[in-house]
Ligand binder design. Structure first.
Ligand code: GLN
Length: 315
């Protein structure tokens, strides 16, 4: 067993979970109206180890949209499909030092990385490029089902419609990128943005999201059914980017203090990957000024105080 004293570990995790509940500052995302209407106090956490031990706390079956937590998975799937070189001809690997939806490109006139909006929209444009939009969405949602195994994956149409109605920033970003020839040839911009919004609106819950994170912790193989979802190299590159760019403009601080690959989304979800050990999913919709879930970040900080999971703790 990868966690020898499971009972004790579960006890400690539950204590941190309850302690973190006290942090009720932060605001719900309001720029997507549907996201501002969720119960603000929800708090959920689930863990799944690479040998299939699982435990959940709080509202772990409550559905939420992946939002930006979809970004590492879309990246991993496109990487697995077309390879790093073709993918990174369109997007860099550098933290942007800006907010997730800032209108800026790097010095090569490419998006800084695939985990901010600009980069993720470009990655969406590469996902099964040149096939009908319906097939591209099918590919993505089926792949999400492979990541979760028998868990829950759905689609929240009202969040999709709500986001599409209020997406001026993402349209602006996309026109700016098209001006700089960031996209592949024969781009259908509206299709690409629709696909991007649809991917953000894919729904899951903490219990299932932990299995998605555990699949990344396990080198791309779903620990619950042994099925390979992405190749090792795609998994490695995804984790590298999550380590350096996964928490928006808090990524450097997070890498320093917590030292683990992670990704957050504006719905208040977050994954933390402890490579070769486990995936952790968290959900609490109140966000800090940078767009990260307040409780999720607090949890991560307390986790590495209790357990030596920081990347450099083993030194
Ligand atoms: N769908 C959101 C957007 O594009 C995703 C952003 C996020 O989760 N940070 O604005």
């Amino acid at each position: 067993m990868i966690i020898p004293d499971w009972e004790r570990f579960v006890g400690d995790m539950g204590e941190i979970f309850e302690d973190v509940r006290q942090y009720d500052e932060g605001e719900l995302a309001t720029y997507i109206p549907q996201l501002s209407r969720v119960p603000p106090d929800s708090w959920a956490m689930s863990v799944c180890t690479i040998d299939g031990q699982r435990k959940s706390w709080g509202d772990s079956l409550k559905p939420f949209c992946l939002q930006s937590v979809s970004k590492p998975f879309t990246y991993a799937l496109v990487h697995d499909d077309i390879g790093a070189e073709a993918l990174h001809a369109h997007v860099g690997q550098e933290p942007s030092g800006r907010l997730f939806n800032d209108i800026c490109l790097d010095h090569n006139k490419k998006p800084h990385n695939p985990l901010i909006n600009a980069g993720a929209i470009v990655v969406a444009s590469l996902l099964k490029h040149n096939t009908p939009l319906a097939d591209r969405f099918d590919f993505m949602i089926h792949a999400c089902r492979k990541f979760v195994g028998s868990g829950y994956i759905g689609f929240n149409n009202s969040v999709f419609l709500s986001e599409r109605e209020t997406a001026d920033r993402n349209y602006a970003l996309s026109y700016y990128m098209r001006e700089h020839n960031v996209f592949p040839k024969d781009l259908n911009l509206q299709d690409t943005l629709d696909l991007y919004f649809q991917i953000c609106s894919i729904e899951t819950n903490c219990d299932s999201l932990a299995v998605m994170a555990a699949t990344l912790a396990n080198g791309g193989v779903n620990p619950m059914n042994g099925e390979r979802v992405i190749n090792n190299r795609a998994c490695r590159d995804t984790l590298s980017l999550m380590y350096s760019c996964g928490m928006y403009d808090w990524s450097g601080q997070f890498a320093f203090h917590v030292g683990l690959p992670a990704k957050s989304g504006v719905s208040g979800d977050m994954i933390i990957v402890i490579p070769n050990v486990m995936g952790i999913a968290l959900y609490s919709p109140r966000l800090d000024k940078l767009g990260n879930t307040v409780r999720g970040v607090k949890f991560a900080e307390q986790l590495v105080q209790k357990y030596n999971f920081h990347n450099y703790d083993s030194l």
